[in-house]
Design a protein around this ligand. Structure first.
Ligand code: NDP
Length: 241
């Protein structure tokens, strides 16, 4: 039986690359998303991967959504917590809503998605949880106190949960991408990208979504069973944690 993988935010950007790469590696995959139905339909039509819609910021929606997915394709063996948003503002201008929405999706989402599948992984004595954090959760980024705090939280969550999963066959790891060419990054002003961001990246280019996806496929594999609690950075040499 093929292992089952769920990828949050799996219909666009890095998540879509992860879902597609996991499918190519033989997993049965479901890709979660929040609200962009057109992108989700396009993704499903192109890949044959079912898109399942719910908000990772809402615990009950995650619980119910995961129950439906497990009923249809089987118990979740691999969970990739990839869904993320930015709501950038300098701290003195940041609104409580900007703070809360970023924490809710990028940090609460990890609890909301992992908690419902954790007992099953423990019982079956196998599981792979891969969280997608960010270089900005490692180094901090002006204009992103909300995002940097949430993404740093993802790293702490990973390290703590890895210790709980270690004796029951579950690994928990976190990937910290640098700037990857998805809509999230392409939304950055072109001048800022060319003059301020690219010069900071020693390899001189943005990362490709597939370069992150390949790390996730490896972390999900049996071969990666000794790797847990790890932070894998992939940032073109921009920052050494
Ligand atoms: P995109 O904006 O391209 O895609 C985001 C995906 O997340 C979409 O599928 C979106 O769904 C989904 N999503 C957003 N909010 C929710 C929610 N509340 N519930 C469920 N799904 C949600 O993002 P990227 O591919 O650029 O980023 C993916 C991850 O990688 C994020 O965690 C991001 O922080 C991280 N990252 C990205 C970097 C980059 O350079 N791009 C760098 C470092 C980290 P919908 O389509 O419905 O909106």
């Amino acid at each position: 039986m093929a292992r089952v993988a769920v990828v949050t935010g799996g219909t666009r950007g890095i998540g879509a690359a992860i879902a597609t790469a996991l499918k190519s590696a033989g997993y049965t995959v479901a890709a979660n998303y929040a609200g962009n139905d057109a992108a989700a339909e396009r993704f499903s039509a192109e890949t044959g991967i079912p898109a399942v819609k719910w908000d990772v910021g809402d615990y009950e929606s995650c619980r119910a959504g995961l129950e439906r997915v497990e009923g249809e394709i089987g118990p979740v063996d691999v969970l990739v917590n990839n869904a993320g948003i930015t709501r950038d503002a300098m701290f003195h201008k940041m609104t409580p809503d900007q703070w809360k929405s970023v924490m809710r999706t990028n940090l609460d989402g990890l609890f909301n998605m992992t908690h419902p599948v954790w007992p099953g992984m423990r019982k079956r004595r196998f599981g792979r949880v891969v969280n997608i954090s960010s270089i900005n959760g490692q180094k901090g980024q002006a204009g992103q106190t909300n995002y940097s705090a949430a993404k740093a939280g993802d790293i702490g969550f990973t390290r703590a949960l890895a210790q709980e999963g270690a004796r029951v066959g579950i690994t928990v790891n976190v990937v910290c991408p640098g700037y990857v060419g998805t809509e999230m990054v392409r939304a950055i002003d072109e001048k800022v990208l060319a003059e301020r961001i690219l010069p900071q990246i020693p390899v001189g280019r943005l990362g490709e979504p597939d370069e992150i996806a390949r790390i996730v496929v490896f972390l999900a594999s049996d071969e990666a069973g000794f790797i847990t609690g790890s932070t894998i950075t992939a940032n073109g040499g921009q920052y050494f944690a």
